[in-house]
Write a protein that binds this ligand. Structure first.
Ligand SMILES: Nc1ncnc2c1ncn2[C@@H]1O[C@H](COP(=O)(O)OP(=O)(O)O)[C@@H](O)[C@H]1O
Ligand SMILES: O=C(O)C1=C[C@@H](OP(=O)(O)O)[C@@H](O)[C@H](O)C1
Ligand SMILES: [Mg+2]
Length: 174
């Protein structure tokens, strides 16, 4: 692997989970932009949004993307990273972008089971199933525009990892 692999997709599609497994399998570096950002800010995303607003979080997210993109490795992004045209182009130019695609009911089930409120403050103020549906409707085209490959993320994590390895012809164990 000579370039970074960026995992994109909505909240709950498994960017963090699949990214970690893929990095283990391929013995690559792994970084999660949300985790990096929160560690460096010394605050959770919910706190940043409450204190500074979403615009400030988005600016921090772009700075994080630039800071963590070096050499090769697996980069799990936050679900809204594709909202910025700059970020979409940056990822496409610097590496390979994979859209982890899953239907709304799958995302809702995962997010209800494991909400991680500190990392996922509400985006719309709506109940979770309405929010996931509305946000995905707005963003699906942007994920597709940014992605080099689209992978079915409703499968178990190990299977999603294998499908990425196959799609990218990665020389990792299988
Ligand atoms: N492929 C999968 N199959 C089943 N559960 C998954 C899968 N991917 C992620 N999960 C679960 O869904 C939740 C959200 O996953 P996470 O990796 O944090 O998603 P993201 O980073 O895309 O928001 C976690 O509880 C995780 O264990
Ligand atoms: O969809 C979004 O706008 C967001 C997704 C979150 O990351 P995950 O996709 O890893 O949950 C996190 O970056 C932040 O709460 C904003
Ligand atoms: Mg994540």
């Amino acid at each position: 692997m000579t370039q970074p692999i960026f995992l994109i997709g909505p909240r709950g599609c498994g960017k963090t989970t699949v990214g970690l497994e893929l990095a283990r399998l391929c013995q690559s570096e792994f970084v999660d932009t949300d985790h990096w950002l929160q560690t460096h800010a010394g605050k959770s995303i919910a706190e940043i949004v409450e204190l500074e607003g979403w615009e400030s979080f988005r600016a921090r997210e772009t700075a994080t993307l630039e800071a963590v993109t070096a050499g090769s490795g697996i980069i799990a992004t936050g679900g809204g990273i594709i909202l910025s045209a700059y970020n979409r182009q940056f990822m496409r130019e610097k590496g390979t972008v994979i859209y982890l695609c899953a239907p709304v009911p799958v995302l809702v089930e995962r997010l209800e089971a494991f909400p991680e409120e500190g990392q996922r403050p509400t985006l719309t103020g709506k109940p979770i199933s309405e929010e996931v549906s509305a946000v995905l409707a707005e963003r699906d085209a942007l994920y597709r525009e940014a992605a080099h490959h689209v992978v079915d993320a409703s499968l178990p994590p190990a299977q999603v990892v294998q499908n990425i390895v196959t799609a990218l012809h990665l020389a990792c164990a299988s």
